[in-house]
Design a protein around this ligand. Structure first.
Ligand SMILES: [Zn+2]
Length: 173
């Protein structure tokens, strides 16, 4: 085996190095009964399952609420969800993060949309090209005998890697 196996140690800024997003804290969801009451849905009836109106289709007493889990289901239109968060999303037209944030059940940063090539600056693009070239260079080196043979095509490739790296360094200066 050759000792030539180290990948470049520094990854460029780019899609692979996004910072970690926040987290959803399920145990901070509000108590289901208090939540529905506070949203203007008076709960009728005794027991685990209570009844209230359904705004999804406009019914006055068809939405059943499980006061322990927060699960809910409309007996008329079939709207349903497993918890208070699902209700908050559907009732207010929010996505998961927005609803969790509104209910104070999100800690940390907002989830970040994965960046595609269109979102990268020219400089980021160049760094990614250099990074990919370096990886290709390492892999090629590993599959060849080392030290390298004086194969003109391989030497031309190594030259290309060097040129791109210099371009990146010049861009950084
Ligand atoms: Zn309904």
């Amino acid at each position: 085996m050759t000792a030539f196996c180290a990948l470049p140690s520094r990854a460029p800024r780019g899609p692979a190095t996004r910072s970690a997003a926040g987290t959803f804290e399920r145990d901070r969801l509000p108590d289901p009964a208090s939540y529905f009451e506070s949203q203007g849905f008076p709960l009728k009836g005794p027991g685990l399952w209570r009844t209230t109106r359904c705004d999804f289709h406009g019914g006055s007493d068809s939405l059943r609420i499980n006061t322990r889990s927060g699960g809910w289901c409309c007996m008329a239109c079939g709207a349903k969800g497993g918890d208070v968060l699902a209700f908050h999303m559907q009732h207010h037209g929010l996505n998961f993060y927005e609803a969790a944030k509104a209910l104070d059940c999100w800690s940390g940063d907002a989830p970040q949309r994965p960046r595609g090539p269109a979102d990268l600056s020219d400089r980021d693009r160049l760094e990614l090209v250099a990074w990919e070239l370096q990886i290709a260079w390492v892999i090629l080196g590993d599959t060849r005998r080392w030290p390298p043979q004086t194969d003109p095509d391989y030497l031309r490739f190594v030259q290309a890697v060097g040129r791109v790296q210099r371009l990146v360094q010049r861009g950084a200066a």
